[in-house]
Design a protein around this ligand. Structure first.
Ligand code: FE2
Length: 400
């Protein structure tokens, strides 16, 4: 028997503990037009397990949810089953995309109350979903545009370590058995966790949201790029990176900047009902080459780079690494070029990264596949090369 009740804070959390201390990225929820089909797309192309579902057959009457897992990544695909569900209107306006970046905390009600006290706006009042095996408490606040942050706390069988081992996500979920899961277990893509998650906000609003993450969530600025760093002749953006106190998650925030032609941030906003939202999720791997090779084999559509990129990349990157006393890029340079992977370096080391094309027909959400060898930045040196490649794509779509 599952019950859902409003919740006031009661869990025993030490008085000294910060209620907004984030334990993990509990899950990232996408609203999609057809979760059953989207689940197969993400499973087949990116190697996710379709782990659990909640739908009509499990007693979920107004939405269907598919939990996709890989490493410590949990993506929840949610589709509305009727027009009254709030996701129905959002899908009409924005297409498929990210609705919720949910964090595991010790006590969701206390985290929510603290965030509200800090100036946050409520999206979902605390509610507890219980059955005889445990409970999951969820509450949420609004962040930029159509997105929310849920706080999730778990007890009994539903604690996160159990979920990571394959235990049920919360009441009304059931485990899935699919041939695609067996295949993916034999052919891993190696994606481990959400490295960072980037939001696009309107022009002039970046600093507003930087302050919001400081004030409401207790985040701090991590790195800062200005538009001189990230611009081509035609388009530009400004970006500041916010990090949670324990650096569990980094959330760069972009706003469009003045350029001769339309920036990719502006293009995103125009295809997202002029509403801010999540632009990309960067998924971390320990082995960029193996991951990208497997993802390409599965048909993932990655951004194409100009050939000229590899004419200059090794001088650019290895110069920075030598100057800072780091080893040169150890992965096979020819294979990096064959796989079309981007490379960047800073004073802490280097990183390998590659961006997919949009994951749906609208040019909105995409993934990044990233691995780090010391570098904690986001590929600043690649932004110019990336923008030139992106503009080629925008030109093809008639959106430049
Ligand atoms: Fe990124």
């Amino acid at each position: 028997m599952t019950t859902v009740t409003p919740k006031s804070s009661s869990n025993p959390v030490p008085a000294s503990a910060d209620p907004l201390q984030l334990i993990d990225v509990d899950h990232v929820r996408f609203y999609v037009g057809n979760a059953k089909q989207a689940a197969y797309f993400y499973a087949h192309t990116f190697g996710f397990q379709i782990s659990q579902i909640a739908d009509l057959t499990t007693g979920s009457r107004d939405e269907a949810d598919y939990l996709l897992t890989q490493g410590n990544i949990r993506i929840m695909l949610t589709t509305p089953l009727n027009k009254e569900h709030p996701a129905a209107d959002e899908i009409l306006r924005y297409g498929d995309g990210v609705k919720d970046v949910a964090f595991t905390v010790a006590d969701a009600t206390k985290a929510y109350e603290q965030a509200i006290k800090n100036g946050g706006v409520s999206a979902i009042e605390p509610r507890e979903i219980t059955d005889d095996r445990g409970s999951v408490t969820v509450a949420a606040i609004k962040t930029y545009g159509r997105c929310i942050h849920s706080f999730v706390s778990r007890t009994g069988d539903y604690v996160l370590p159990n979920v990571k081992k394959g235990g049920e996500f919360m009441p009304v979920f059931k485990k899935m058995d699919s041939p695609v899961n067996e295949y993916n277990a034999k052919h891993p893509c190696g994606l481990k966790f959400v490295d960072h998650l980037v939001g696009n906000v309107e022009e002039g609003k970046m600093n507003h949201w930087v302050k919001w993450y400081e004030d409401v969530m207790g985040f701090a600025m991590f790195k800062h790029f200005d538009d001189a760093d990230i611009s081509t002749e035609y388009s530009a953006l400004m970006s500041k990176v916010m990090a949670s106190g324990n650096h569990l998650i980094k959330m760069p925030i972009n706003e469009p900047a003045e350029g001769k032609k339309k920036s990719q941030i502006q293009e995103y906003l125009e295809w997202h009902d002029m509403t801010p939202g999540v632009q990309h999720l960067a998924l971390r791997t320990d082995d960029e080459l193996s991951s990208v090779a497997e993802l390409r084999r599965r048909g993932v559509d990655f951004l194409n780079l100009p050939d000229s990129y590899y004419d200059i990349v090794w001088d650019r990157v290895n110069k920075v690494l030598t100057e800072n006393g780091h080893e040169a890029v150890r992965e096979d340079h020819d294979r990096i070029k064959d796989l079309g992977i981007l490379v960047d370096a800073d004073d802490e080391g280097y990183l390998l990264q590659l961006f997919t094309k949009p994951l749906q027909d609208r040019p909105t959400l995409f993934f990044e596949i990233i691995s780090r060898r010391g570098s904690q930045s986001f590929g600043k040196g690649n932004f110019k090369a990336l923008f030139e490649a992106l503009e080629l794509e925008q030109e093809r779509r008639g959106n430049l």
